[in-house]
Design a protein around this ligand. Structure first.
Ligand code: AMP
Length: 485
C-alpha cells in the first residue's frame, strides 16, 4: 500500500445541477440549495450559462441570505449548477466557496464538489509544475484544473475519465462545461448523488429531497464511477460508466446522521433506516424504563422505532418529547472551543421537567462524537429530577476521524478513541450505555458491511489515507510526476 496525504479543508457539502428545456435554471437551483441547506451553512453559490457566457453568484451565508432577487435574475440560462458549503474548522474562507469557476481555451468550467480527495496535494504539485496557478488550497480547484487540462486534448468523456483516474478520494461532483451540465460520483460512491426527472428537464443532486422539492420523480442514484451528461435541451441524459470497483464505499454516517430523513439514498429511505436502527437498538439493548425520549432532532426517528418495537414486545414504556429545542441556535459543532460547545448545548435544549421528574429515562441519539451533547443532557436530566438516565445510540462508537468529507473531530477529541463502552459511560455519567454494532447498522442499510465506509468506526478506510489502515486492497497505478531538471 502506498499512502497519500489528506489535504485541504474537508468538503462536507451539497451539490446540484439542472438542465431545462426553456425555463431559467436559477430559481430551481435556488430552491434546490434550500433543500440541501442542512449539508452546508457557510456559503452558497450558483453558476449558470446562457449559451454565450457563464454567470456566477457565490456568497458566504445561508441560502436565504446569499441571494437577493437581482442576483437570481442576473443568473441567465437554462442550465447551471449550485453548491452549499459546510463550515470547516478554519472558519470562513470566501476563496473556498463554490461553485469554483475557471475559464480556459476550450470554454468555461464550473465545479461543485462534495467529498474530500486524499491525493489533492500530489495532483496540485504536478499541475503547478506544468504552469497551473492555484488561488486556494481547495481540492475542488485541483479537480477543475486537472479537468481543464484534459479537456484541451481529449473529448469530454475521455477528459473526465482521465481526471477520475488521477484523483483519489471521495467526490460527488456537478460540473458545468459551458452550457452542458454533467455529474460524476467516485468509484466507491462515498457521498450520495441522484438523478431526478422534472416536467421540463433533469436535475442531479446530493439528495432526492431536492427532486421532491422541484415536484420531480427520482430516476435513480448516480452509479459509483459513472459520468452522467444532461442533454442541453433538458430532454434526457447520457450515462457513461467510466470506472468500476468490486465494492462500494458508501458512507454509513449519511444514513445515520447527515442526510435528510426524507431522502432516498442508494435505494433506501433514510427515515426508514433510522427507524429500523431504533428497532434494532431495542432488540439488542432494550431496557425497560418509564419513558423513552429522543435527542431532538437527530434521535427522533431512532426513538420512534425503538419505542414502537418496545411496545410490540409488551413493554409499557412511554414515548415523550422531554427535551425542547431552540431551533435558532446553530449546530454545536461550529463552536470553536469546548466551553462554547457546552454552553451551546444548554442554549439549544431545555428539558420539560414534568416528563422526567422522578422517572427512569432512556435517552436516544444517533451518535456520540466528542460526548459533549450526551454528557450535558444527562446532567440536565438529573438536575430536573430524573431517577435514572440510560443512553442508547443508533450507531457504533465513533473512534477515528473522517477523512472523506464529514467534519467529525480529531482522534484526541473523540470520546470513544481509546475507551471501552464502560469507560465512555463513566465519563458521560449515564446509568447504562449501549451502541449498535457495525453489523446491525450494515443490515439496516442493506448493502452489506463490505460495501460501506466505516472508517470512523473501525479506523480502516476504503480509501488510501496517509498514516491510516485500509480495509481493502489498494491497487492504483503509480503516476509519473514530472521530475525537476
Ligand atoms: P457530540 O456532542 O460531540 O458527542 O456530538 C454528538 C451530537 O452531534 C449528536 O447529537 C449528533 O446528532 C450530532 N452530530 C454527529 N455528527 C455530527 C457532525 N459531523 N456535525 C454536527 N453534528 C453532529
Amino acid at each position: 500500500m502506498h499512502s497519500r496525504d489528506v489535504d485541504g479543508p474537508t468538503e462536507k457539502c451539497g451539490v446540484v445541477g439542472i438542465s431545462l428545456s426553456d425555463r431559467q435554471a436559477a430559481r430551481p437551483l435556488y430552491y434546490s440549495l434550500y433543500a440541501l441547506q442542512h449539508r452546508g451553512q457557510e456559503a452558497a453559490g450558483i453558476v449558470t450559462h446562457d449559451g454565450f457566457q457563464q454567470h456566477s453568484h457565490v456568497e458566504l451565508g445561508l441560502v436565504g441570505d446569499a441571494f437577493d432577487p437581482e442576483d437570481l435574475s442576473g443568473l441567465n440560462g437554462t442550465t447551471g449548477i449550485g453548491h452549499v458549503r459546510y463550515p470547516t474548522a478554519g472558519g470562513l474562507d470566501e476563496g473556498c466557496a463554490q461553485p469554483f469557476t475557471v475559464s480556459f481555451k476550450s470554454g468555461a468550467l464550473g465545479l461543485a464538489h462534495n467529498g474530500t480527495l486524499v491525493n489533492a496535494d500530489e495532483v496540485r504539485d504536478e499541475l503547478a509544475a506544468v504552469g497551473h496557478a492555484f488561488t486556494t488550497d481547495s481540492d475542488t480547484e485541483v479537480i477543475a484544473h486537472d479537468l481543464a487540462r484534459n479537456l484541451l486534448d481529449a473529448d469530454v468523456i475521455e477528459a473526465v475519465r482521465r481526471t477520475m483516474e488521477r484523483i483519489h478520494g471521495s467526490y460527488s461532483l456537478t460540473i458545468a462545461h459551458d452550457d452542458r451540465v454533467m455529474a460524476v460520483r467516485d468509484p466507491g460512491g462515498n457521498r450520495p448523488l441522484c438523478i431526478g426527472e422534472l416536467d421540463d428537464g433533469y436535475v442531479i443532486a446530493s439528495e432526492s429531497a431536492v427532486v421532491d422539492t422541484l415536484d420531480g420523480d427520482l430516476v435513480r442514484d448516480v452509479h459509483p464511477g459513472e459520468l452522467v451528461i444532461l442533454d442541453r435541451d433538458g430532454a434526457g441524459f447520457e450515462s457513461h460508466q467510466l470506472l468500476e470497483r468490486d465494492r462500494t464505499a458508501h458512507c454509513f454516517f449519511e444514513h445515520v446522521y447527515f442526510a435528510r430523513p426524507d431522502s432516498m439514498i442508494d435505494g433506501t429511505l433514510v427515515y426508514e433506516t433510522r427507524r429500523d436502527l431504533g428497532a434494532r437498538l431495542w432488540a439488542d439493548h432494550g431496557i425497560d424504563t418509564d419513558v423513552v425520549m429522543p435527542v431532538p432532532d437527530s434521535g427522533r426517528a431512532f426513538a420512534s422505532g425503538y419505542a414502537e418495537a418496545a411496545a410490540e414486545d409488551g413493554s409499557e414504556v412511554d414515548f415523550a418529547e422531554g427535551l425542547m429545542k431552540n431551533r435558532y441556535v446553530g449546530r454545536t459543532f461550529i463552536m470553536p472551543t469546548q466551553d462554547e460547545r457546552e454552553r451551546a448545548v444548554r442554549l439549544k435544549l431545555n428539558p420539560i421537567k414534568s416528563t422526567v421528574e422522578g422517572r427512569t429515562v432512556t435517552l436516544i441519539d444517533d451518535s456520540v462524537v466528542r460526548g459533549t451533547t450526551s454528557t450535558q443532557l444527562i446532567s440536565l436530566l438529573r438536575d430536573v429530577g430524573a431517577a435514572e438516565v440510560h443512553l442508547r445510540i443508533g450507531s457504533p462508537p465513533i473512534a477515528a476521524p473522517c477523512y472523506l468529507g464529514i467534519d467529525m473531530a480529531t482522534r484526541e477529541e473523540l470520546i470513544a478513541a481509546g475507551r471501552s463502552v464502560e469507560g465512555i459511560r463513566e465519563v458521560i455519567g449515564a446509568d447504562s450505555l449501549a451502541y449498535l454494532s457495525p453489523d446491525a447498522v450494515a443490515d439496516a442499510i442493506g448493502t452489506g458491511r463490505e460495501n460501506l465506509c466505516m472508517g470512523c468506526v473501525t479506523g480502516e478506510y476504503p480509501y488510501d489515507v496517509s498514516g491510516e489502515a485500509t480495509d481493502r486492497d489498494v491497487t492504483r497505478p503509480e503516476i509519473d510526476v514530472p521530475a525537476d531538471d
